[in-house]
Design a protein around this ligand. Structure first.
Ligand SMILES: Cc1ncc(COP(=O)(O)O)c(C=O)c1O
Length: 344
């Protein structure tokens, strides 16, 4: 049975061009810096984001942890949103692995942190306090519905960070989705960041991998941190080859995923029993509330699966659907029909 796969954009399978590029990739030992395909991907990523250097890492989680480890020492503090992926979904790795103290500021529904609350959370010099070393933002913001953070807000946060002599990291797992939604080049969303990561393995459809980008000094330290975390990958050019295709071929089509997500959100808004504000969703992630349907999220997910549609129960009464290149407008219409059938 074919399913319309809406659980996550991480479900995307490599394209035929990626598979061919992987099979034919020129490789070497990347821990020795000798994999030409990894080196090419890192150069492309750094250029795309306007940074001096980049590092290929296995996952978005490792990209975040490496950045935290480079910017913060033991017992030092990073400030991030209460709904940040790296606070919420990464096993507390900053504390568990790197002894970094996370301090949260509430995420507003638009994915932002209030500038006043953010600045107030930065510690003064006091023997009782940990030292604040880093602020982390997320763009697009996953748990806030894939909202993009625009350049003016990033500039305001960058000013605060610089004013206090602390670093700004951006978890840009879906940075190219943000750029597509805002109609700006990705590098315009990276300018304020001392470090910025993005994932190849989500909407860009590569099987594995993320890039962390920053200054040459930052990347030199990041390379050390990757090694201690076990992320040195030898003939990783096999994977990087798919990443090169992802950057060349999959970025310019992300607007299609956003149009499909909007089509889905608007269709769901017309189905009785579901609550959604379709205007909120500007990229490829859609959340909606099912409490009025009389079904739990898990029950609705099970019923949809029988109709050939897969979504994720993101809460007891909340579902998540994420569009990507393997989901077409026809699939969205099929999904809306399936939802109507299930709730009838
Ligand atoms: C915003 C964000 N950051 C980081 C990650 C972690 O990426 P990975 O699953 O590659 O570790 C995710 C994964 O969904 C994410 O949505």
């Amino acid at each position: 049975m074919r399913y319309v796969e809406l659980r996550s954009d991480t479900m995307t399978r490599p394209t035929p061009t990626m598979r061919k590029a992987m099979a034919e990739a020129e490789v070497g030992d990347d821990v020795f810096g000798e994999d030409p395909t990894v080196n090419r991907l890192e150069t492309m990523a750094a250029e795309r984001l306007g940074k001096a250097a980049a590092l290929f890492v296995p996952s978005g989680t490792m990209a975040n942890l490496i950045s935290q480890m480079v910017h913060c020492g033991r017992g030092e503090e990073m400030i991030l949103g209460s709904l940040a992926h790296s606070f919420y979904y990464e096993q507390g790795g900053s504390a568990a692995v790197a002894s970094i103290h996370p301090r949260t500021v509430p995420n507003q529904p638009d994915g932002k942190l209030s500038l006043n609350e953010l600045e107030a959370a930065i510690r003064s010099d006091n023997i009782h306090f940990p030292r604040t070393r880093m602020i982390a933002l997320e763009n697009t913001h996953n748990l806030c519905g894939g909202v993009p953070l625009e350049p003016a807000y990033l500039r305001a946060v960058g000013d605060i960070a610089r004013g206090h002599g602390i670093r700004l990291h951006i978890d840009g797992a879906r940075l190219f989705n943000a750029a597509a939604a805002l109609g700006v080049p990705a590098r315009q969303l990276a300018g304020e960041a001392d470090s910025i990561s993005f994932c190849l393995s989500k909407g860009l459809a590569a099987p594995v991998g993320s890039l962390v980008c920053g200054s040459s000094d930052f990347i030199q330290e990041a390379r050390r941190a990757r090694k201690v975390l076990g992320g040195g990958m030898r003939q990783a050019g096999i994977l990087a080859a798919a990443g090169v295709v992802a950057l060349n071929e999959m970025v310019d089509r992300l607007a299609e995923d956003h149009a499909n997500a909007r089509r889905l959100a608007e269709g769901l808004a017309d189905i009785s029993g579901l609550v959604i504000d379709p205007g909120r969703y500007r990229t490829n992630i859609v959340y909606f509330d099912v409490v009025k349907s009389g079904l739990s999220a898990a029950e609705l997910v099970a019923a949809l699966q029988k109709e050939g549609v897969r979504m994720l129960a993101s809460g007891t009464h909340t579902l998540r659907a994420v569009t990507h290149y393997e989901v077409t407008a026809v699939d969205i219409d099929f999904t809306l029909k399936a939802m109507t059938n299930v709730l009838r």
